[in-house]
Design a protein around this ligand. Structure first.
Ligand code: CA
Length: 230
């Protein structure tokens, strides 16, 4: 059952160990699996191993042994895996050469981790649009919208359709407060004459079905609505 939620696996090829470590920690925090190689030759080897299936390759340009442009070109002659180049500031020629060599995108050092994550999400959406829409995740909660299944720590949680829709909505809007009216409109439908306090009742049902710590992610914003956050 857990296999439905295939964790995205990123190959990071970066010779500066502190940068590599930093990116690795951030990506792991976002639930990616990360493999690191510290030079171009090993990065290329790792990328082309048959048993590996990377979802995205993050490739520094200035690498020892084999530069990133060359690694990119050689990967591209075997594989369509998405490649994001990490280039130095002002290295316009690198970017042009990288895109010519088959890179899908590039990011310029120094970059904010949020920008890298946004580029990763964007590339993953392009590669796999359907999967991205039907699988939602927040912390240890995973939702398969196709199958109407919700999991906490990979354990199936028995929810009614309304509870399921409510949880999906909150996760979809994580860290953004949903007002009771917005929740009614989205879960019960526009024309619904259900009272807004029904939302509170269903939130209570939903919380009671989640493990204690997980249920505390659903935060009450007094007089407004609810938000999914820690
Ligand atoms: Ca480098």
């Amino acid at each position: 059952m857990a296999a439905k939620y295939v964790t995205k696996h990123i190959l990071l090829v970066e010779d500066e160990k502190n940068i590599a470590r930093f990116i690795e920690l951030e990506l792991k925090h976002e639930q990616f699996d990360v493999t690191i190689r510290y030079n171009g030759r090993e990065g290329l080897q790792e990328a082309l191993k048959e048993e590996n299936h990377f979802d995205v390759i993050l490739l520094d340009v200035m690498l020892p042994e084999l530069n990133g442009i060359e690694v990119c070109r050689r990967i591209r002659s075997h594989s369509q895996v998405p490649i994001i180049l990490i280039t130095a500031r002002d290295a316009v020629m690198d970017r042009v050469a990288g895109l010519d060599a088959g890179a899908d995108d590039y990011i310029v050092k120094p970059f904010a981790i949020e920008e890298l994550l946004a580029r990763l999400r964007s590339i993953l959406r392009r590669v796999n649009p359907e999967k991205d829409q039907t699988l939602l995740q927040y912390k240890n909660i995973k939702i398969n919208q196709d199958a109407y299944c919700a999991y906490v720590d990979e354990q199936l949680i028995g929810l009614t359709k309304t509870e399921f829709d409510l949880l999906s909505l909150l996760i979809h809007n994580k860290n953004r407060v949903c007002t009771r009216d917005q929740i009614l409109e989205n879960v019960w439908g526009y024309q619904s004459d259900v009272e807004t306090n029904v939302v509170d009742v269903y939130i209570r049902h939903l919380r009671s079905k989640l493990p204690k710590e997980t249920s505390s992610y659903i935060e009450t914003v007094r007089g407004v609505g609810y938000v999914m956050r820690e």
